[in-house]
Design a protein around this ligand. Structure first.
Ligand code: CIR
Length: 274
């Protein structure tokens, strides 16, 4: 299976006005709702124009962070695991995702399951990264060991490496995959700590090729079907990376989502129907 080749993506079709109250780790300038809406439409349009079939949920004003669907489910191939977000205000976001995926599972061949122990098992998709060989998962303020155990049971055919994310939001706030075995990662102190854990704890640790960028958010790019989506504001970092300039690269604005800790992968979940 080519793990980086996809047919579908789950997305939120619009941005709720309440995004201005989205969770964030730091003080920030107010989110500009109109601009966020535009930035999201550009993102969705690019996915659609690239031939990805979008499975859309509607936004919900009671869920300010609902556009960040990555945290609500984890997909590989045609298997999709619905999470139980560690952030309490985000927990009910999974209801719309579950009902949408169950509805489409009647038409397309996907296999959907969910966290069982919703009192004690917490996991968010932003802490989960598939490398082509294994899952690398971060324990964080949003993801705990019980949540990871449930994910492991669902994807029992793959190895798992667990790292601790002691600062920042999620594992993927510091890194993302460029291609199988190639990890784009920032050079900040925290990212280096996670990289050390990957190298020492994973049986594939020494086989990964780590490509470095300076800033955390620059290390989160979206890769699908030989397309790259990158943030315009880090262009100075990307233009010098040969590996990112071989295939199609689309540069987008992400300023409004970044204010509330949203990187590029957060707004979609890709999967594949054979
Ligand atoms: C949150 O704090 O949950 C949202 N404001 C941002 C979520 C970003 N999600 C992600 O990186 N996967």
């Amino acid at each position: 299976m080519d793990y980086f080749q996809y047919t579908h993506a789950l997305v939120c079709e619009d941005v709720p006005k309440s995004i201005t109250n989205g969770l964030s780790l730091d003080e920030h300038e107010p989110v500009d709702f109109e601009m966020a809406k535009k930035q999201h439409q550009v993102y969705l349009q690019y996915l659609e124009n690239s031939g990805i079939k979008l499975i859309k949920i509607s936004s919900n004003e009671n869920h300010p962070d609902c556009v960040f669907v990555e945290d609500t489910c984890i997909a590989l191939g045609n298997k999709i695991f619905i999470t139980n977000p560690g952030a309490e205000s985000r927990r009910n976001e999974v209801l719309a995702v579950k009902s949408k995926l169950e509805q489409v599972s009647k038409e397309i061949n996907i296999f959907v399951s969910s966290v069982k122990d919703t009192n004690d098992s917490f996991i968010e998709g932003g802490d989960c990264m598939f490398t082509g060989k294994e899952f690398i998962i971060g324990t964080s303020t949003r993801t705990n060991q019980q949540g990871i155990e449930e994910l492991k049971n669902f994807f029992s055919e793959y190895p798992f490496t667990i790292c601790n994310v002691s600062q920042g939001l999620h594992l993927k706030s510091f890194m993302s995959m460029i291609s199988p075995g190639v990890i784009l990662i920032s050079q900040t102190k925290e990212a280096k700590l996670i990289k050390e854990q990957i190298i020492t704890r994973s049986k594939f640790g020494h086989s990964y090729n780590f490509v470095a960028v300076d800033q955390n958010c620059a290390a989160n790019i979206l890769v699908f079907n030989k397309h790259f989506i990158t943030c315009l504001e880090y262009e100075h970092e990307y233009s010098k990376l040969e590996i990112l300039n071989k295939d199609k690269r689309f540069r987008v604005e992400n300023s409004e989502f970044k204010k509330i800790d949203g990187c590029l992968t957060c707004r979609s979940v890709f999967f594949t129907i054979s």
